[in-house]
Write a protein that binds this ligand. Structure first.
Ligand SMILES: Nc1nc2c(ncn2[C@@H]2O[C@H](COP(=O)(O)OP(=O)(O)OP(=O)(O)O)[C@@H](O)[C@H]2O)c(=O)[nH]1
Ligand SMILES: [Mg+2]
Length: 459
């Protein structure tokens, strides 16, 4: 392979169990490296180098002493067209933990090395088979527990995000090139590029980088769950509502006001959209230090939530002071508030129509009205669903975009203030560096180590 990173891969042929730990019908053991076929042949009854590319063969597995361990299938994929870019064999064996261990042992005795977490994908990246955003998408795909996270990972795996970043880098490389050229001819005091065109280009780059960075808040919420805080005075049934939404006795419920002290949160999926519901301590004046800390946390969670459910009790609250209760939360302008009247099994809800906010009537105890709440949440947040638009879901990408944005802003300021060209060029190079970090066009070994250490072994 003509990869600039080839030297970064040690010469070892690696092996790992790629299926989940424990017993199963079938287990897959993966072998990758320049000696995958000869070393794999030492544990299999057929010579793997005689098997055609992307073909399977049935045979017997044996240990180092030649004792038969199992029978099964070998699938041969030769580099550079394989996942890792190297010669690869996948053995399908019976999924007993004993057989898995013995076949692994036989491979190691034959000369393979046990793979580290994510080492197959790391090799795929180092051989140029995937860029870093796609490698990260593989980990996200494996971790995806709901439709939203799955779709985001699939979109990133397709490479659209990396293409956008590469397009931004190319535009910036052209600009930086002209700037450096001017520096080479500094004594002649020439300008190769029209300053207005430079400024237009920078404005465009800043806009596109800014849009991507801004998409992180909603992208991250789609992946981790849209934060929905349940707040209100004590005893309104906040914890009962959390439990009803999750379908689980997650939080303690009692008729003693002030039962919930700390925040309690958990995620669940409603019609393919992931929500993270946060139960909080009841809001009231208190001298109890611990309760006061719980209330401080409740307010902080409400302030960072996408939706705040203000829980009221039809038997205790009136429709008159709701706005005061909302104002007391000091929410940011972006927060969406929903008024939720609980305990509707005990009576009708007071009139709150003057507020112009969504208002739901339900009983967390009996489940009546819960679907209306779910539908309202879906209605609010489906609109933020980006379809297949590019959204940033990864904190590492977000941080690199923010750094690139700062550097681009410095370039733009520098040009408008006639800062010396060499200083402007440094910022331009910095912006290029940060964009390159996202796709792995520039990378440091410790960043790679960090990314791949979070993968499973065998992927
Ligand atoms: N009848 C009726 N009782 C309810 C309903 N929801 C909650 N309750 C009762 O109201 C009481 C308080 O419920 P919690 O869920 O603990 O209230 P909370 O808002 O979490 O209270 P704190 O944690 O103290 O702030 C409990 O006795 C619940 O059983 C409901 O819909 N109908
Ligand atoms: Mg509670």
């Amino acid at each position: 392979m003509n990869s600039p990173f080839r030297d970064a891969v040690d010469g070892a042929t690696i092996c790992a169990i790629s299926t989940a730990p424990g017993a199963g019908g079938i287990a897959v053991i993966r072998v990758s490296g320049k000696d995958a076929l000869p070393l794999g042949s030492k544990v299999f009854s057929k010579a793997l180098n005689e098997i055609n590319d992307r073909s399977i063969a049935f045979g017997k597995f044996k240990d180092a002493k030649g004792i038969m361990l199992d029978e099964g299938i070998a699938l041969v994929m030769r580099g550079p067209g394989s996942y890792t870019g190297e010669d690869t064999v996948e053995f399908n064996i019976h999924g007993s933990p004993y057989i898995q261990r013995e076949v692994m042992q036989a491979l190691i005795e034959a000369g393979c090395r046990q793979a580290g977490p994510g080492e197959f994908t790391q090799r795929a990246f180092l051989h140029g088979r995937l860029d870093l955003t796609q490698a990260e998408a593989v980990a996200d795909l494996i971790a995806a527990e709901h439709a939203g996270a799955h779709r985001l990972a699939i979109d990133q795996l397709r490479g659209g995000f990396a293409r956008e970043i590469n397009a931004l880098r190319e535009a910036l490389i052209g600009f930086a090139g002209l700037l450096e050229l001017e520096l080479d001819f500094a004594e002649e005091d020439v300008e190769f590029a029209d300053r207005q065109r430079f400024d237009d280009l920078l404005a465009d780059l800043l806009k596109r980088v800014g849009q991507l960075a801004d998409s992180f808040a909603s992208g991250n919420a789609l992946k981790e769950g849209i934060p929905v805080a349940i707040v209100g005075a004590p005893n309104r049934g906040k914890s009962t509502l959390l439990n009803a939404l999750l379908g689980d006795e997650r939080a303690i419920v009692s008729d003693i006001p002030g039962t919930t002290r700390d925040t309690v949160e958990d995620a669940c999926t409603i019609d393919g959209l992931r929500f993270r519901f946060i139960d909080t301590a009841g809001l009231r004046d208190t001298k109890d230090q611990i309760e006061a800390e719980g209330i401080r946390r409740a307010l902080a969670k409400a302030a960072s939530a996408a939706t705040v459910l203000l829980l009221l009790d039809v038997t205790q609250d009136s429709g008159e002071d709701i706005q005061d209760r909302i104002d007391a939360l000091s929410l940011p302008d972006t927060a969406q508030v929903m008024v939720v009247w609980n305990k509707c099994d005990l009576g009708p809800k007071p009139n709150d129509s003057s507020l112009g906010l969504p208002s739901i009537e339900l009983s967390a105890a009996t489940g009546a009205g819960m679907d209306a709440l779910r539908n309202e949440l879906l209605k609010q947040h489906r609109a933020n669903d980006h379809g297949h638009q590019l959204v940033v879901t990864n904190l590492r990408h977000f941080e690199a975009l923010t750094s690139a944005q700062k550097a681009l802003q410095s370039v733009r300021n520098g040009l408008s203030q006639d800062t010396p060209g060499d200083l402007v060029a440094v910022d331009a190079r910095l912006a290029l560096h940060h964009l390159g970090e996202i796709t792995g066009a520039v990378h440091a070994d410790d960043i790679l180590g960090h990314i791949f250490s979070h993968f499973c072994i065998g992927k």
